[in-house]
Design a protein around this ligand. Sequence first.
Ligand code: NDP
Length: 453
Amino acid sequence: MSDYVKELMAEVKAKNPAEPEFHQAVQEVAESLSLVMERHPEYRSAKILERIIEPERVLMFRVPWVDEQGEVHINRGFRIEMNSAIGPYKGGLRFHPSVNLGILKFLAFEQVFKNSLTTLPMGGGKGGSDFDPKGKSDLKIMRFCHAFMQELYRHIGPDTDVPAGDIGVGGREIGYLFGMYKKLRNEFTGVLTGKGLNWGGSLIRPEATGYGSVYFAAEMLATKGQTLEGKTCLVSGSGNVAQYTVEKLNSLGAKVITMSDSNGYVYDDEGITDEKLNYVMELKNVRRGRIKEYCDKYKNAVFTQIDPKLDYNPLWNHKAECAFPSATQNEINVKDAYNLVNNGVYVVSEGANMPTTADGVEVFLDKKILYGPGKAANAGGVATSGLEMTQNSMRLPWSREEVDNRLRMIMKSIHKTCVETAERFGTPGNYVNGANIGGFLKVADAMMDQGVV
Ligand code: NDP
């Protein structure tokens, strides 16, 4: 670790105690940027990275709500407005009991670089709540979403801050949030993305993160003259990102053998075909059931429950060529990374944000596999949110083909930026440096142009 990174990290840890995920995200970016700071001392003297690390604004608020039994609940709401140098704050809302300030700061920080890579004019933000939607009635979800928006509405707007979905926030939640925003502001604007198709949403937005992660993997494979056809793939998660990752992999002739949720994973050696995926979509999006029910329906499949005593996740210990972590942060540790590589995996495309621990990333870089970090590989979701904002501004919807083509082009362009930037800074094939530096340069130059604000 260079002296520059050591000093920076000492300050970050002192100023932001008990935020390990935020420290992890900053350290990875800072290490990549050491290469930039040597060539561009002007960024260092203008303290660009030190400014990016400090959110422009952090909102933390009480969300009181009453359930159908009359019981009062209090959750904590957050919005981190991280950086607006290149556009309005943009990033999802996460509803999950693990949500805290440090996790949202890591996500908002990553979002700044990711959004810059998309080529669209979007700053970085993230938000959410420790509210747990799992197993709750639609009425409880609606009441919570309305209560959350009763505070958030005064801080966001189509030219200020445009939230979207993330873990625990899908189409249903965006609907309730949008309804309350519209009522309070008395205006119909593109203030949230991931909206329903009848009321301002974009075709392909639900599919975009998963599709984009597969397009990114296809681009990485193309550098070796290969395609996804016939490849065996491991996918984690069974939510939005995982579902559309499987759909796109199937359409490109790959075979997916795993999916998971927070209770465990299913292994289906015959492959999770389109018909089986439809079952998973109905199970997860309509019945809101658990992934283990897959094995009641498809008897050849095996369910393995999460075992907290294990120091690795058996999902990552199957023979395959590609892995698509699409559940949550730090779901691949160093042991999992070795298991993946030893089982033949040489393509990892991260649908989730920061799913690999720092020492796990080191394994992928040492072994020189095709490793697409989340801020590049899963940028298709926010990119298509950007396309939804454009359609809202024009008040004109694009066709499925139009949006999908633009998504594909954006993923191609992000891949090209990563490859060229990694080469320019002396680390060819290192997509981590490519993404961190590629995302940073545009934001840094904008901040230089705008002065110290
Ligand atoms: P969903 O809520 O739709 O699905 C999340 C999935 O991950 C579920 O299967 C969930 O299982 C599982 N999961 C969540 N937390 C844990 C945990 N702690 N341990 C094990 N499994 C867990 O979310 P998304 O699919 O939208 O998001 C998945 C990942 O992709 C996240 O990292 C998110 O930040 C990232 N991402 C999402 C984008 C989007 O457009 N939605 C854009 C870019 C990145 P369970 O149901 O049991 O909780």
